[in-house]
Design a binder for this molecule. Structure first.
Ligand SMILES: *Cc1c(COP(=O)(O)O)cnc(C)c1O
Length: 375
């Protein structure tokens, strides 16, 4: 699905030197590389504060901890997402309130968000799934109307931007109160281990989150609140500093691969290619298709496996159907869009190093299988 080695080889000498410099400096924790990366990412995102941390799940947890919520407070998020989004909400004793997504963009459905609001609702967590922003115009409007926090899960969409109806353009993760991201190796800006970061324009939330990520202390050995230990390693920061200048080119390379796929599937009626929203750029963390008609999705996935073509289902089970998150509030049929997506979606290889030869092999296999199996 990804080709991290070829990507590394193109910047190998620079990355190798950066890693070696950290090793020789012996500033392994919170060294100058972390601070420099923080500032460079602030510039890139045009956001006031970046707080590096250990991974994208921690980023979400620290964000949630900073909002001053009480057990039982409700947080609205999507049922069609990676588990981490709802996991941290539940872990903190808050109540995840799941809602359905938009069938075209896979982002939170604003009408469903509105319908899910109760007096206990305190926050909305839109997920910019697969690399495209959720409907932030509507979500920010709902949040303002009901005085709710917005925490954007930007793990899959760093580098994307969104243009509001008033003409203002902002980077993904900088529109709400807080944005979070992950530098997991396969993410669009990946390091060579675990890493994450939190973004905010609020001085108050930034100082709270810095404190939380550092055991609840701002002065060493004086703990003002209960925190966690969540740091970005200096080595990972040094690697990210080598990669950040390439992020826009990486996004372009992903979009070029998506264009190739779009064209190859344009005449296949069973395939719905990703819908590109007019207000958001798409950075294609995943290239996710929807399959309809007589050819079964699972049969296609099995066939691609026999051709040694990677193919994944993101995600095969909706959160409200997961054993850990099942709840009397939800039954089969609660969220028809998501329940249909989990049956119909499949994702093809998507990364910065795809060649036309590989793309041709992949698209030919998909198209041929569908043509040969029409009933
Ligand atoms: C990857 C991911 C996370 C978690 O990031 P980690 O660094 O793996 O903890 C959270 N949310 C979404 C949508 C993700 O894709």
């Amino acid at each position: 699905m990804v080709d991290l080695l070829s990507q590394y080889n193109k910047i190998k000498s620079q990355v190798d030197k950066a890693i070696l410099d950290v090793v020789e400096s012996s500033a392994y924790i919170n060294g100058p590389e972390v601070k420099s990366f923080q500032q460079e990412l602030e510039d890139y995102l045009k956001v006031k504060h970046v707080i590096p941390c250990a991974n994208g799940t921690d980023a979400l947890q620290i964000a949630m901890m900073a909002l001053g919520l009480k057990p039982g407070d409700e947080v609205i998020t999507a049922t069609f997402t990676y588990v981490a989004t709802a996991e941290v909400i539940a872990l903190l004793g808050l109540k995840p309130v799941l809602v359905d997504v938009d069938v075209d963009t896979f982002g939170l459905n604003p009408d469903q968000v509105r319908a899910a609001i109760t007096p206990k609702t305190k926050a909305i967590v839109p997920v910019h799934l697969f690399g495209q922003c959720a409907n932030m115009d509507a979500i920010m409007e709902i949040a303002q109307e009901h005085k709710l926090f917005v925490v954007e899960d930007t793990a899959q969409a760093i580098g994307a931007s969104y243009t509001f109806k008033n003409g203002e353009t902002k980077m993904a993760g900088t529109m709400g109160d807080i944005g979070t991201t992950s530098f997991f190796p396969s993410k669009n800006l990946g390091c060579y281990g675990d890493g994450g970061a939190i973004f905010t324009n609020s001085d108050h939330l930034a100082s709270e989150m810095r404190m939380i990520a550092n055991h609840g202390q701002s002065v060493r050995y004086y703990h003002d609140r209960i925190g966690v230990n969540s740091r970005l390693d200096s080595i990972q920061a040094a690697i990210l500093r080598c990669k950040l200048p390439h992020l826009d080119a990486y996004c372009d390379a992903r979009r070029a691969a998506a264009d190739f796929y779009d064209k190859a599937f344009a005449e296949v009626p069973e395939i719905k290619t990703p819908v590109r929203d007019a207000q958001s750029t798409h950075v294609f963390h995943q290239y996710t298709l929807q399959l309809s008609g007589a050819v079964g999705r699972d049969a296609l996935v099995d066939y691609l496996q026999t051709q040694e073509i990677p193919c994944m289902i993101y995600y095969p089970v909706a959160l409200h159907m997961q054993t850990a998150y099942r709840d009397d509030r939800y039954t089969d049929g609660s969220f028809p869009v998501t329940e249909s997506l989990v049956q119909s979606v499949f994702s093809l290889p998507m990364h910065t190093e795809l060649t036309n030869e590989q793309l041709t092999k992949i698209t030919t296999a998909v198209v041929d299988f569908i043509k040969n199996n029409r009933k």
